[in-house]
Design a protein around this ligand. Structure first.
Ligand code: VGL
Ligand code: ZN
Length: 200
C-alpha cells in the first residue's frame, strides 16, 4: 500500500472515450481491469469526469466546423472535437466496469461553456482552477499516479499542471491510451518529461 501522501488520479475513463463512444480512443476499455486492480494499492482514489454542456465551445458542431479541426480561442489554439461527454448522457458515464466505489472524490471539468478543460487542475485558459489542488493539499497529498484517457490530452495536461504545482507525478503509460492525433502523443511525452513527470 502506498503512503497516505499518495493518491491515484484516474482520468476520464468514460464511455465516450471507449470503443463505440463519440470520441473513442483505441483500446480505451482495455485499461479498466488494470486500473481497478491498481486502486488496491492507493489509500486515496480520485476520478475525473469530462462533463460538457450541450453546445460546448470545444465541439465542432457548435462552430459548424469539421471535427478534429483547429480553431483559436481567446486562451489559445483549441482542437474542435465531436460532441462528447454531454452532462447526463450515457457517453459521459464512467465505463460500466470501472470501480467507482473507491473514489473519495469525483471531479468534473469542462462544464464552463466557453472554456475547455483538459487538465484536472486548470481550465484551458491555464488560470481558472478546478479546486483539485486545494483538495489535495488540504488532505496532505503530495504524490500522484495518473492513469486513464487520453494520454496525449487530459492525462498530459493534468500531469504537467500537477508537476508545475509541485506534486510528484508518475504516469503509468501502460494504463493510459492515446488519441495520437497529428503527432500529439510524441509531443505530450516530450512535454511531460520536460515538466519532470515520471513516465513508466
Ligand atoms: C479529452 C478531448 C476532449 C480527454 C477530453 O479526456 O483526453 N480529450 N475532451
Ligand atoms: Zn472534452
Amino acid at each position: 500500500m502506498q503512503p497516505a501522501s499518495h493518491a491515484l488520479l484516474v482520468i476520464d475513463v468514460q464511455n465516450d472515450f471507449c470503443p463505440g463512444g463519440a470520441l473513442a480512443v483505441a483500446g480505451g476499455d482495455t485499461i479498466v481491469p488494470g486500473i481497478n486492480a491498481l486502486m488496491a494499492d492507493y489509500p486515496s482514489v480520485i476520478l475525473t469526469q469530462d462533463w460538457h454542456p450541450a453546445g460546448h465551445s470545444s465541439f465542432a458542431s457548435t462552430h459548424d466546423a469539421e471535427p478534429m479541426s483547429l480553431t483559436h480561442m481567446s486562451y489559445g489554439p483549441q482542437v474542435l472535437w465531436p460532441d462528447h461527454c454531454i452532462q447526463g448522457s450515457i457517453g459521459a458515464q464512467f465505463h460500466a466496469d470501472l470501480t467507482t466505489d473507491r473514489a473519495d472524490l469525483i471531479i468534473r471539468k469542462g462544464f464552463n461553456p466557453a472554456i475547455d478543460s483538459y487538465s484536472a487542475f486548470f481550465e484551458n485558459d491555464h488560470t481558472t482552477p478546478t479546486g483539485l489542488e486545494g483538495y489535495l493539499r488540504t488532505r496532505g497529498i503530495s504524490e500522484l499516479t495518473l492513469v486513464g484517457l487520453a494520454t496525449d490530452f487530459c492525462v498530459n495536461f493534468s500531469a504537467v499542471d500537477a508537476a508545475k504545482l509541485g506534486f510528484g507525478v508518475t504516469v503509468r503509460e501502460d494504463l493510459c491510451r492515446a488519441i495520437d492525433f497529428d503527432g500529439s502523443l510524441a509531443a505530450a511525452r516530450d512535454g511531460m518529461e520536460a515538466a519532470g513527470v515520471t513516465l513508466v
